[in-house]
Ligand binder design. Structure first.
Ligand code: G6P
Length: 613
């Protein structure tokens, strides 16, 4: 988390930095700050959103052709003006922005205090810039050499940008674990946590590799080495990102835009990979390893948040259709559990950003233990995409709303293709069923389009009825249990209503005690295989006066008699229902959050890309 942007060249840096910070705000919005070089290094920083910083700098000197900006998600030190980045060295010659955590900051700080350094903030970042200053002073080093040496002494994750008043035409950028991209312009460079602040200026980029340090100058020089001092050659890539994808396109919020993009993004995820007419699924990344995967002892999905819910859907699908043993793990638990793993296991990471620190670390551990690693990722060129042995992109395009929507359905689409492809390869799914399912799969985007239209007003209406609730319960069985978890997560993320997702049958082992007339219970009841059972669960809720909102298949009659509201989804094969049932849950959360006056795209305390443990 935390967003980094920097510029060195001949343009005015301020507008580039502010615009870039707004694009990166999804990574954290506790505070924002910039440093601009103009004879001096001028630093301006403010608690809160980038807009606060913009207002604060209205009457300030904002000229300068070199500068850097930061939007923070607080780790060390409370979110206030003082702890906001950039941070200065003790002599005020150096400035730094940092994304990540310096784990050994405490002993480093103590040693620096003993050398006479005085600290103004509670941050780990300030320790790093003082360390760079100390090394520079001690041996009269260049800024790049002092930075490199300092980085050999820190433990943790970082993406940093450093500037030095004494060496003003230059910016030093380095990374370990946290991402950093360098855009190459005409005698100028743009540096950022991801490509979104860069895309409108250049499509030539270099993704900094782990433990690399770059020096970029306003005369167009770009030198690159590892932190251990081995010269590297930058590998320039072309960006495949369009500026329109980063705009709201007429919607009030990115989340709403992204919800409505799903018919297209799901179709994009299938394009060239599935043909019902010719009865095939081809996932480039999978083909090479399909043999090893179908013979794997276990497939272990590792993920966090929404991506973990997608993994749970994959477990149901792959076990059901391909008959391969699947486990789904929270990456943060898995990485510290010393799991039994070997080369017969396949570890599959699911991640929208491709940067989640715990998921990355889980993959690294799996690699060390000899497992094959596979990545299911949205952000092209991200760390997970580069680390894994193979993988598939979901092709959902940039997701900017902090609450994940189109990435979730993109992941589920990809995982459903994966399950069907593995099943076909293993021969566990009769050919006729395979063809029938592929034909229906191609209809799913159109059905979602129809559903978005048919349920929108209804979701607004129901949102109005339940927006003042303090709690909500989401229930589902089978494939719709992970959907219930995802529905509950969406609601708590953006509306701050406490919500829990539960397997419908488990309700009677605890949550039923919470049910009264003030408890909305949202039931995803589209699975016909457990239809009778879910009707009984709904009756159990109604008997306790719960307020039931049920998502049911088109034309359903029984639940209609009992539930307070029903939302119908177009008829489809059960395997595809998660792609449909989640849509009204996303819209419901969105409208509830709007009624409650919440900032849907930037919910409090959250960040989209969690690059710290
Ligand atoms: C954060 C985001 C969630 C996301 C999770 C995992 O918590 O707010 O929306 O599901 O990280 O992120 P990833 O990028 O790995 O899917």
């Amino acid at each position: 988390m935390c967003g980094i942007v920097a510029y060195v060249g001949n343009k005015q840096a301020y507008p580039i930095l502010i615009k870039g910070l707004k694009r990166l705000e999804y990574r954290g919005y506790d505070s924002a700050g910039i440093a601009l070089f103009n004879d001096e290094i001028n630093i301006y920083k403010k608690k809160g959103k980038v807009a606060n910083l913009e207002e604060y700098t209205e009457d300030k000197n904002i000229s300068g052709h070199i500068g850097m900006g930061h939007t923070r998600w607080a780790t060390h030190g409370k979110p206030d003006d003082t702890n906001a980045h950039p941070h200065k060295s003790g002599n005020s010659d150096l400035a730094i922005i940092h994304n990540g955590i310096i784990e050994n900051y405490a002993p480093l700080k103590e040693a620096l205090i003993n050398e006479g350094h005085v600290f103004e903030t509670e941050t780990d970042t300030e320790v790093l810039i003082h360390l760079i200053e100390e090394l520079q002073k001690r041996d009269n080093l260049s800024i790049e050499e002092a930075t490199r040496l300092a980085l050999t002494k820190v433990i943790g994750a970082f993406a940093i940008v450093v500037m030095d008043k004494k060496d003003p035409g230059k910016i030093v950028a380095a990374r370990k674990a946290s991402p950093l991209v360098i855009g190459i312009g005409d005698g100028e460079f743009y540096i950022a946590s991801d490509a979104t602040p860069i895309v409108e200026y250049t499509n030539q980029v270099v993704y900094l590799k782990n433990e690399e340090i770059a020096v970029l100058t306003n005369t167009g020089e770009f030198s690159l080495k590892t932190i251990s001092n081995i010269k590297q050659t930058p590998s320039i890539q072309e960006l495949d990102l369009k500026i329109e994808e980063l705009e709201k396109g007429g919607y009030d919020y990115f989340m709403l835009k992204e919800i409505h993009e799903q018919p297209k993004t799901i179709a994009d995820g299938m394009r060239g990979r599935l043909s019902a007419e010719e009865s095939w699924i081809r996932l480039g990344g999978l083909e090479e390893f399909e043999n090893r995967i179908t013979k794997a002892k276990r497939l272990i999905f590792v993920a966090c948040g929404t991506s973990w819910h997608s993994g749970m859907i994959a477990e149901y699908l792959i076990e059901e259709y391909a008959r391969i043993n699947v486990e789904v793990e929270y990456a943060s638990e898995f990485r510290y559990r010393n799991p039994v793993l070997d080369e017969k296991d396949v570890v599959i990471a699911i991640s929208q950003s491709g940067e989640t620190a715990d998921t990355l670390a889980a993959l690294e551990m799996a690699k060390e233990k000899g497992a094959l690693t596979y990545g299911i990722v949205n952000v092209v060129g991200s760390s997970i995409a580069r680390l894994t042995d193979a993988g598939s992109y979901i092709h959902a395009g940039p997701e900017i709303g902090v609450a994940s929507t189109k990435a979730f359905t993109g992941q589920v689409t990809l995982l459903t293709m994966m399950a069907l492809s593995l099943a076909h390869k293993k021969g566990t799914l009769p050919k006729s069923d395979y063809s029938r399912l592929l034909a229906e799969f191609e209809n799913v985007p159109v059905k979602i389009e129809k559903l978005l239209k048919s349920c929108d007003e209804q979701c607004k209406f129901i949102a109005d009825k339940i927006a003042s609730a303090s709690n909500a319960l989401y229930l589902g069985r089978g494939l719709n249990f992970p959907v219930a978890l995802e529905g509950a997560l969406k609601l708590k993320e953006i509306s701050y209503i406490h919500a829990e997702g539960y397997p419908a049958a488990e309700m009677k082992h605890g949550p039923i005690a919470l049910i009264d007339e003030n408890m909305p219970v949202i039931v995803t009841a589209s699975n016909m295989s457990s239809y009778e059972k879910i009707i009984s669960n709904i009756q159990e809720v109604k008997a306790r006066k719960g307020y039931v909102i049920a998502i049911v298949p088109e034309g359903e009659k029984e639940i209609k008699k009992t539930a307070d509201h029903i939302i119908e989804i177009p008829e489809t094969e059960e395997i595809f229902t998660p792609l449909l049932t989640v849509i009204p849950l996303q819209l419901l959360s969105y409208y509830i959050a709007i009624i409650r006056g919440c900032n849907v795209d930037q919910p409090r305390n959250l960040a989209k890309s969690v690059t710290v443990e």
